[in-house]
Design a protein around this ligand. Structure first.
Ligand code: KG4
Ligand code: ZN
Length: 335
């Protein structure tokens, strides 16, 4: 079964053709980051307008690269939630138009379920059940993936998402948006023990995260150094922040894996590209005899191939929509 997929939830306009949920026939991503970088973050109105300008070109390119036509695919999948509403609406409406004119089923896909499904592409043998750490710019969850379309949230962030924690601290250090990837590169040359930051305890749930204390501590440290006229050792700061974020994530994730008896662990979302998170999790899982999966780097960030992959499993479950489908800025991954 061949699915044509569209993703436009944030600042990437993307389209892809995916076969049977695992094989990518084409994947095109048009990033808008060059427009948002001057503002230090995504400007929602600009994002919506840029999707509007880019989407037909991206769709045509994805069909051309897969050497197919919209009439020859079996269904149209689209990210319908969660995300920036003005961005989502562009993709959803375009997908509805395609499905209507070509007479194809329409499949709404949850963006974070898509991030998880990136792993089905990178690891054709991977099947649920497993425990997944979903870490993106807007969300941080520990999710029990019982089946392709059945999920339960075990832990979540109480404040900022992991990607947001990276982006906000990176901004304080003067790094360009999106800061996570720049921080990761800078950190490779630094001493992770140069600065120590508080490790938050979240009362009530041992599996929840909190990053706001870390963010405040980093901002205060940098301001104190500035006031004293001290030069900021940027590589050391980046390495220390990265280590703190990764420690918080790995501690909670492994605790949940142990307590809920999961032996198969999966990373997903933009932050799963983080080199220390990948390295640390690989070491920790090897020590504990746990299986670990994470997506190819090219599939960690937002793309439509992952939406086509998840769309296939949603379709098999009968999760299609009619022409009344609307986008939603918020929706739980549990659906
Ligand atoms: O999943 P994603 O592409 O978009 C959302 O759904 O939010 O995630 C974007 C986030 C950004 O916060 C970005 O800084 C972060 O992923 N990110 C990274 C790395 N690459 C992207 N964070 C840490 N290390 C990286 N290598
Ligand atoms: Zn994403």
């Amino acid at each position: 079964m061949t699915i044509f997929a569209i993703e436009s939830s944030c600042d990437d306009t993307a389209a892809a053709v995916v076969e049977d949920g695992r094989k990518v026939l084409s994947s095109v991503v048009a990033s808008q980051v060059f427009r948002h970088v001057e503002f230090g973050g995504v400007v929602p109105e600009i994002a919506g307008r840029m999707h509007c300008e880019a989407i037909s070109g991206v769709v045509k390119e994805a069909l051309a690269q897969a050497r197919t036509d919209i009439r020859d695919v079996d269904a149209v999948a689209v990210t319908a939630y969660p995300g920036l509403i003005g961005s989502l609406l562009v993709g959803v409406n375009f997908a509805k138009g395609l499905a209507l004119t070509a007479g194809k089923p329409l499949i709404p896909v949850h963006h974070l379920r898509g991030h998880i499904a990136a792993n089905y592409i990178s690891h054709p043998e991977l099947e649920p059940p497993f425990l997944c750490l979903v870490v993106s710019g807007g969300h941080s969850h520990i999710v029990e993936v019982n089946d392709y379309t059945s999920m339960r949230i075990i832990g979540r962030t109480r404040d900022d998402a992991a990607g947001e924690a990276f982006d906000k601290t990176a901004r304080t250090m003067g790094l360009p948006y999106p800061g996570g990837v720049h921080m990761d590169k800078l950190a490779e040359g630094g001493n992770p023990d140069a600065f120590s930051f508080p490790v938050p305890k979240v009362s009530g749930s041992p599996y929840d995260f909190s990053f706001s204390g870390l963010k405040t501590a980093v901002i205060n440290t940098i301001h104190n150094m500035q006031q004293k006229g001290l030069a900021l050792p940027r590589e050391d700061m980046a390495a220390s922040v990265r280590q703190s974020v990764v420690n918080i994530l790995t501690d909670r994730f492994l605790l949940a894996a142990n307590d809920f008896g999961h032996k198969k662990l999966v990373l997903a979302g933009g932050v799963s590209a983080n080199s220390l998170l990948r390295r640390r999790m690989s070491e920790l899982c090897a020590d504990r005899g746990l299986a670990l999966y994470y997506p190819d780097l090219s599939l960690c960030g937002d793309n439509a191939a992952m939406i086509g992959a998840q769309g296939y499993f949603e379709f098999l479950k009968g999760n299609t929509a009619d022409m009344s489908l609307n986008a939603r800025a918020e929706r739980s991954i549990e659906l």
